[in-house]
Design a protein around this ligand. Sequence first.
Ligand code: SF4
Length: 509
Amino acid sequence: VRRLILILGDQLTAGLGALADIDPQRDHALLAEVMEEASHVPHHPKKIALIFSAMRHFAEILRAQGMQVHYVTLDDPHNSGSLPGELQRWTQQLNPAEVHLTECGDWRLEQSLRHCGVPIHWHQDSRFLCTREAFAAWAQGRKQLRMEFFYREMRRTSGLLLNPDGTPEGGAWNFDADNRKALPKGVHPPAPLRIEPDAITTEVLELVSRRFAHHYGSLDGFDYPVTAEQAERLWQHFLANGLADFGDYQDAMADDEPFLFHSRISAALNIGLLDLRRICAEVEAAYRTGKVPLNAAEGFIRQLIGWREYVRGIYWLRMPEYAEGNRFGNSRALPEFYWTGRTRMNCMRQTIGQTLEHAYAHHIQRLMVTGNFALLAGIAPKATCDWYLAVYMDAFDWVELPNTLGMVMHADGGYLGSKPYCASGQYIKRMSNHCQGCSYKVSESTGESACPFNALYWHFLMRHREPLERNPRMGMVYRNLARMNEARQQALWDWGERLLARLDAGEML
Ligand code: SF4
C-alpha cells in the first residue's frame, strides 16, 4: 500500500485535498463509522443517518473508480470506536508507506489524530475560499474583527458580484436592509423537495434507530440528499423555486413553515456534497440573467463567502481557548424544553419542534428565538453550544461554536460580533405570526400572561449594564430603559427574577 487516505464523514468530496494524485492501484481509502464521533454530544438521529449514509455512498463511488476502500461500519465487531483507534488499527494492518488526511473541521478530533502516534501528511481543505493561514494573516494586527470587512475581501478575491472596476455590483457591498420582511399573507413558500431513501439509506436508518433511539429527535420521514447527485437536485430545486424570494424573507418566520424560502443545502455543503465556488457562481449567473434580484443573490453569497468563511477563520485562529469564552459568567442549565419542545412559548415550540423533527431551523430561528432565549436567560454557553452541535444536521464544530458562543451568546466578549443579538418579544412579533397562536401576550411584560422574552430582555440589559452600556451600538436600548420610571424598572426586574427562578426549579415556561 502506497498511501492510506483517511476520509472523514464531512469530507465526502471527490476533489478533496487528500484524494489528489491518487493511484487507485496502490492507494487505499479508509472510512469509519465510530461511536465517539456519533455520541460525544447526543447528535440528532437524522444527522447521524445522513453522515453514515453519505459515507457509505461515497465509499461506493470510490470503489466504482477502482479504488480499494476499507469501510468500517458501526456494528463491525473490530471497530475500536474512535477515529484515532481505527487509524492505528488499519495502519498496523496495511503498513502503508504514507498516511494522508485533509484538515479536520473539529479541533478536538484534529488534536487526537495529530497525537495518535501515526505520522500523517496533512492537506489543506481547499473546499473553503480562505485558508486558515490566510485568515490569520488578515486578522493579524486588527483590534476587532468584523465580518463585513472580511466579506469585502472575499468578494474581491472571488470576483463575485464585482464590477470590472472592482466596485460592488449595485453600488453597495451589502443589501441586508432589504432582507428583513415578514411573510405577507398570500405568499407561499415552494413545496420542499423530498428525496426518498434508497437501499443503503434504509439500512442506515435501521442501524440508527437501533443504536441511537435514546438521542433526541425523530428519524421519521428522512428525505435528505446523501450523494452529490441528490444534493445537486436539492440545489437546483432551490435555484428555480426559492432563491428569488430568499432575500426578502430570509429573516421571516411562520407557524408550521419549517423551510420557507431557505435552501436547506447547508448540511450537504458542510459534508462536501456541493461545491461552494460553483453554487456561488450559479447564484451570480441567476442574478445577471435577471432571474433573481440582487438582494437575494448578494444575501445568499454573503452567507457563504462572508459568514461561513469568517466563522471558520475565527474558529481556527482562536481554538482551543475560544470554547471557554463566557463573558457574562453564565452557568444556568439548559431548560429541559430545549430537548422536548414542551413549552407554552409558541415561537420556541415551533422552532424546537421543527428542530426535533427535521434537524433544521433557519438562521433567525436559531439566533433570535432559541438563541435569544438562551442569551436572555443566562444559560451556560457550553450547554448551549452542545445543544446546537447535537440537534442541527449541518452543525460541525468549526461552524457551530463561533455561531453559538460568539454570535448567539456574545460569550467571546464581542470578538466575532459587535453587539449581542438580544431582543424582546416585539422582534419575534414583527418577523413572524407566532405570537398570534401563543398562550402568552407579547404586549405584556410582567404577570402570568406576559411574554417571557419581554421581562427577560430588560432583566438581561439591567444585569449586564456594565459593560454593555458603554457599547455605542447599545446606546438606544439603554436610553429606552432610562426613560422608564423606577417602579417600572423594578417590576421588570422582579418578574425577570421570577422567570429565572422558575427555570432553575425546572418548571416549564
Ligand atoms: Fe414567543 Fe412571546 Fe410571541 Fe409567545 S408572545 S410567540 S413567547 S414572542
